[in-house]
Design a protein around this ligand. Structure first.
Ligand code: G
Ligand code: G
Ligand code: MN
Ligand code: NA
Length: 254
């Protein structure tokens, strides 16, 4: 596939970059950290969204190099921010199922953190509920190893994975990210409100940080706050933006 070959080139030729979107403390409004989101500036097709090229990478076997690139890039950015005196909290990086299933993933992660000279506590990994659900014993061991290193683990798109909840008891998870589809209807649909409330209560009882994704309006922010979500993310607070814009934002205590 042509676009698949283009993606291979893009990885080599600097057409990919990471944007960063803040996550906020719902009580204080202060930024707690940022999520790294890959962007592809294609030489003539223009901007190709990750919703297109991440599945493409999964089909063409490029998801492992893409994932490694994103981790390396994010860790180097974290180091640069620290050198700049910027206390950015943490960088959350999306990790796809095939990365997690790779027996060498923990070693790779350790090497990347070491060569970037970034302490592991600055890194959070976002893993979708569906890839966690299907994790085998060896993958679960790797999750524990990552936690022992000091890396945090967040469940991405929580509520969309047709999941049994039993994995929440066994996996070393720090955070649940409530999928934005539930936040979308929070004002108009009592069922969405009930789901967000239930996840917030359950998550807090299990000792997780609960984050609501996709907050776009002040009204949604208030509803999420009232349902006791700890953290929020969405266009209402900040759009994903390049590292320089994040760096210049007034929210960081330099
Ligand atoms: O940035 P945007 O909202 O368009 O992202 C769309 C989807 O692509 C999200 O589900 C996001 O998790 C995923 N995504 C963005 N960057 C990466 C990445 O570096 N690796 C993986 N595996 N997924 C990513
Ligand atoms: O699945 P994941 O959480 O990784 O998705 C992140 C994606 O969500 C990014 O592509 C980002 O652009 C998008 N996003 C971030 N905030 C909002 C928002 O408020 N509304 C919508 N619709 N999408 C958002
Ligand atoms: Mn995510
Ligand atoms: Na999500």
């Amino acid at each position: 596939m042509r676009l698949g070959n283009d993606l291979r080139d893009a990885l080599r030729q600097d057409q990919l970059m990471l944007h960063y979107q803040p996550q906020v403390n719902m009580q204080t409004g202060k930024w707690t950290g940022v999520e790294a989101l890959a962007r592809w500036q294609h030489p003539w097709e223009g901007n190709i969204p990750p919703a297109t090229f991440v599945p493409l990478a999964e089909r063409t076997g490029l998801i492992l190099p893409l994932g490694e690139w994103a981790l390396r890039q994010a860790c180097q950015q974290g180091r640069a921010w620290l050198d700049d005196g910027l206390e950015f909290g943490y960088i959350a990086v999306n990790v796809a199922a095939p990365q997690l299933a790779n027996p060498g993933f923990v070693t790779q992660l350790r090497r990347i953190l070491e060569s970037a000279d970034l302490p592991a506590r600055y890194l959070e990994l976002e893993i979708t509920e569906s890839s966690l659900m299907h994790s085998d014993q060896a993958t679960i061991q790797r999750l524990h190893e990552m936690r022992r290193m000091g890396v945090s683990l967040a469940v991405d798109d929580f509520g969309t994975g047709y999941s049994s909840l039993s994995y929440l008891k066994h996996l070393p998870i720090n955070k649940l990210k409530i999928d934005r589809s539930f936040v979308h209807g929070i004002l108009d649909d009592p069922r969405d409100q009930a789901i967000v409330r239930a996840v917030a209560d359950m998550g807090a009882s299990l000792g997780f940080i609960v984050l609501a994704e996709g907050i776009e309006t002040e009204e949604q922010r208030q509803a999420v706050l009232q349902l006791d979500c700890h953290q929020g993310q969405g266009y209402f607070f900040a759009l994903p933006a390049d590292a320089e814009s994040i760096d210049r934002a007034p929210h960081w205590s330099k």
